[in-house]
Design a protein around this ligand. Structure first.
Ligand code: 1HE
Length: 262
């Protein structure tokens, strides 16, 4: 049995061609993330379904996720709190640092740990109902799912400070403008767009996708000299691969599509 069979009932996986869809399925609790779901997310991305080349991360119901299931941490002391946060880190590291590009489809609340989860995805599609918040300040908490590392890289530390200190929320359009999402489909069309993007991603050469997921973020944070060297090495490896040879020949011999601006 694949990973699909061992997921908790609060997560569901289906496959459409070479795209796997992982869905948060706890709409009655607004997809609040309990430790069982976090562990399921880690296991799914550590051992993705056979044949999948990209993943869409979506959610059932009107809200992507209300964040941490607050009942999980009510009785935690400091040691349990650290372990709990580390479990979230492992899960989101498996997602972000796994082999498959992940497109998150957002709507409604993308709040607290829900925003931390979304921030670990590689592409974010946000329907107009999407709103982003970090209510940890109101709850007496701090982000624990890697948000203080990933979210400032998207919107800057000062905007994150504002969200956490004042409870400021951002809607879908503002969120896109400040870098929280890449695409804004119409309401109800996020999943279709997510699937279309993931299908396009899955059709890329595997080595290019590997380099984008694993080399690009490291190069972007390296000193420029290291970055330029690493870029030369990765681009040479990609171009020497048989897949690149085939695709280059297709273009040069007029069999491949041209770039189209839509
Ligand atoms: C929950 C949670 C939750 C809802 N943990 N149970 N996150 C928050 O502080 C956000 C808290 N949630 C909300 O502000 C609202 O629920 C929403 C704006 C997301 C949605 O509102 P609404 O009116 O659609 O739903 P609701 O009636 O508030 O919630 C429905 C049920 O879900 C209700 O339970 P019920 O048994 O009364 O039906 C809620 O108690 C439950 N519920 N959100 C537990 N978060 C790794 S560290 C990350 C730190 C954080 O993420 S802090 C931010 C936590």
């Amino acid at each position: 049995m694949g990973i699909e069979g061992s997921l908790p009932p609060t997560l569901a996986c289906e496959q459409s061609g070479d795209v796997a869809v992982l869905r948060l399925c706890r709409p009655d609790k607004r997809n609040a993330l309990n430790i069982e779901m976090i562990d399921g997310i880690r296991r799914f991305f550590s051992d993705p379904p056979h044949g999948a080349r990209a993943v869409v991360l979506a959610a059932q119901g009107e809200h992507f996720s209300a964040g941490l299931d607050l009942s999980d941490v009510r009785d935690h002391g400091p040691a349990e709190g650290v372990m709990h946060s580390r479990a979230w880190h492992r899960a989101f590291a498996a997602l972000e640092g796994g082999d498959l590009p992940v497109v998150a489809v957002l709507r409604g609340a993308v709040v607290g740990g829900g925003l931390e989860l979304a921030a670990a995805a590689h592409i974010r599609v946000a329907e107009p109902s999407t709103f982003y918040a970090l209510p940890e300040g109101q709850r007496g908490l701090f982000v624990g799912g890697g948000g203080s590392v990933r979210i400032p890289r998207l919107i800057g530390a000062t905007r994150m400070m504002d969200m956490m200190l004042t409870g400021r929320t951002y809607g879908a359009a503002e969120g896109a403008a400040i870098g929280l999402s890449h695409y804004q489909p119409a309401e109800g069309e996020g999943l279709a767009l997510g699937l279309e993007l993931a299908t396009r991603i899955a059709a890329n050469a595997p080595l290019t996708n590997f380099a984008v997921l694993h080399a690009l973020p490291r190069i972007a944070e390296a000193d420029p000299a290291t970055g330029y060297l690493t870029e030369s090495l990765i681009s040479a490896i990609a171009a020497a691969d048989g897949e690149a040879k085939r695709r280059l020949a297709d273009f040069l011999e007029k069999r491949a599509a041209k770039v189209v601006h839509r």
